[in-house]
Write a protein that binds this ligand. Sequence first.
Ligand code: GLN
Length: 304
Amino acid sequence: MHYEKIFEEIFHELQLTEDKGKVAEYIPELASVDPNQFGVHLTTVEGAGFSFGDAQTQFSIQSIAKVLSFVMAYGRLKSEIWERTNLEPAGTPFNSLLQLEIDMGIPRNPFINAGAIVICDILVSQLADPKEEVLAFVRRLSGNSSIHYNPRVARSEKDSGSRNYAMIYLMKSFGNIDNEIETVMDLYFHLCSLEMSCEELATTFLFLANNGVVPWSDERILSPSRTKRTNALMQTCGFYDEAGQFTFKVGLPGKSGVGGGIVAVHPGKYTIAVWSPPLNSKGNSYRGMLFLEQFTTVTRLSIF
Ligand code: GLN
């Protein structure tokens, strides 16, 4: 398959239509990103890579990192994790407080903000040096020791983090947060500030396409069963209240972030990461969604 040619054709087709997305503004540090950047990278489980556009430019991966922190906690806690977070699609925006009170402080799933904050609380309880150990874990998954947090983005998240603070206080009132609020939020804000390129992102997620094993290092990260479950969670919860649309149109498990990145996994075959900063009203990359829809339609490489 001529992936690079297909990428180019879809990109040019998308250029003909208006980009109706808007760059995230509620985190000031993200508002200054050039909206015209666009990158895509596909990696096969055999290790072949295909790029187009700004595929080597690093960007803020934001909520995509929630999958990585979840995987780290899941590998340690196993099924006890489901006492702290549910695993159902939320049907509400990523930063909604509505359901959280009705559900007595148990987040709907680990990929909305409240769920990811609970996962950070679990990691703070489990790890001696959570920020460093999470970073070391992500570096191992990516095979790249230069992956870093962006301190300016982390700071900007904290300064504009009122809703996230509201969530953690609400959860604490229900007894679902064990640690100091500032320690947990510091990990959460740093997690969201991780920077990667499309190539690095596709590479980092490859273990989820390979039954839980990092293909080049042979390190097992998750059992095949927990890998299946993680992919299933991305399928049902990876795009907030647009998870149904993404499944319907793209047909792959995946995860988005408000930096405009999307990563998607075809178990047994490949991972693909796309980046286009302007977001639709649900907080998912406007062109990224359209691009992946076209890609799986043209190539017939969806899981359905
Ligand atoms: N850091 C963002 C927040 O906490 C993450 C949201 C996202 O990427 N959907 O709001």
